[in-house]
Design a protein around this ligand. Structure first.
Ligand code: URA
Length: 281
C-alpha cells in the first residue's frame, strides 16, 4: 500500500493521475458557487449546443423511399420461396431443414419452435391438424397438449395405440399467437411445405383433423360438418396421385361441443375400416 509523509505529498500523487486537488484543500468548498462562475460548466444551452451527429443533408428532390424486400412483404413471393425450398427437399429431414430456414411466414417470429411432424411415416396413415398450440410450441412436437391427448385416447379405442402406428403433422409449423386461427396469408405461405410433406410420407390414408387442414388441402370452403362422413380423395398437386382422405372433427372442437362425439366415434370406425382394407392389403 502507498503511504505519504504529509498532505502535500498525497496531493502531488493524486495530481499525477489528473485528480483535482481542490477537495483536499484546508477550507470547505462551495461547489454550487464554483459551478455558477465557472467558464467550464457542462450546462450548454440548446440553441448554442452543437449537434452530436451532423444531420444528413438530403435534397428533397433526390429523396427515395426505402425499397421494400419483396420476399418479406409480398404473399405471392413468400409462397414462391416456400415452393422452391420444398421442391429441393428429397427427404423428410431435408424438408424439416427447409422449413426451418424459411422466413416468409411471420408466425415464425413469435414461435419458440418449428413443429415439424412426428410418428411413423411408413404405416400408411397420415393425420394433419391446423397449427401448434402452446404445448406443441414449447415441446416442438405436434398434438402433445390437451387436444392431442384426447386425439390419442380416441385413436387408441380403434387400435391405433401409439405414434409408431401413424404419422402426424400440421398445416402450419408455427404457433399463431394466442392460438388464433392462422390467416389466409400465413396458410398460403406454408402451403408448399405441407403439400411436399404429404408427397414424402406418401400415405394410403389422409385424415384431416378439423376444418383448416381440410379446407386448405381439399381446396374447398365447406366446413367439417359437410365434409365428414364422405368418400373424399386428396389429389397431390405434385404427383397428381389421389389419396383416400377423411375429415374428422378437431378434438379442440369436441371439447367445446361434446354432442358431436357420437359423429366423431362413427368417423373413427370408418377410419378403422379404411385402415384395415387399405393398409393391410
Ligand atoms: N391443434 C392442432 O391443430 N395441432 C396441434 O399440434 C395441436 C393442437
Amino acid at each position: 500500500m502507498t503511504s505519504f509523509k504529509n498532505q502535500k505529498a498525497a496531493k502531488e500523487w493524486l495530481k499525477s493521475f489528473g485528480v483535482d486537488d481542490t477537495p483536499l484543500g484546508d477550507a470547505p468548498t462551495n461547489w454550487l458557487e464554483l459551478a455558477k462562475n465557472s467558464k467550464h460548466t457542462n450546462q450548454v444551452s440548446p440553441a448554442t449546443a452543437a449537434p452530436l451527429v451532423k444531420p444528413l443533408q438530403v435534397p428533397v428532390s433526390s429523396y427515395q423511399p426505402i425499397k421494400t424486400i419483396p420476399s418479406l412483404l409480398n404473399p405471392k413471393a413468400q409462397y414462391l420461396t416456400a415452393k422452391s425450398l420444398a421442391s429441393e427437399a428429397p427427404t423428410l429431414e431435408s424438408l424439416k431443414s427447409a422449413i426451418e430456414s424459411f422466413n416468409g411466414c411471420s408466425l415464425k417470429k413469435t414461435a419458440s419452435n418449428t413443429v415439424f411432424g412426428e410418428g411413423n411415416p411408413n404405416k400408411g396413415l397420415m393425420l394433419i391438424g391446423e397449427a401448434p398450440g402452446a404445448d406443441e410450441d414449447l415441446q416442438g412436437k405436434p398434438f402433445v397438449g390437451m387436444s392431442g391427448q384426447l386425439l390419442s385416447k380416441a385413436l387408441s379405442c380403434i387400435g391405433i395405440s401409439s405414434r409408431e402406428d401413424y404419422y402426424i403433422t400440421n398445416t402450419i409449423p408455427w404457433r399463431p399467437p394466442g392460438n388464433r386461427q392462422p390467416s389466409s396469408t400465413e396458410i398460403e405461405a406454408c402451403l408448399p411445405f405441407i403439400e411436399k410433406h404429404i408427397e414424402l410420407v406418401n400415405p394410403k390414408i389422409l385424415a384431416f383433423i378439423g376444418g383448416t387442414s381440410a379446407k386448405t388441402l381439399l381446396k374447398t370452403n365447406q366446413g367439417v360438418n359437410k365434409l365428414r362422413n364422405r368418400e373424399i380423395y386428396y389429389e397431390s398437386p405434385l404427383s397428381r396421385k389421389k389419396i383416400r382422405a377423411l375429415v374428422l372433427y378437431h378434438p379442440a372442437y369436441l371439447l367445446r361441443s361434446p354432442s358431436k362425439k357420437e359423429n366423431f366415434w362413427n368417423d373413427l370406425l370408418t377410419l378403422k375400416k379404411l385402415l384395415y382394407t387399405l393398409t393391410l392389403n
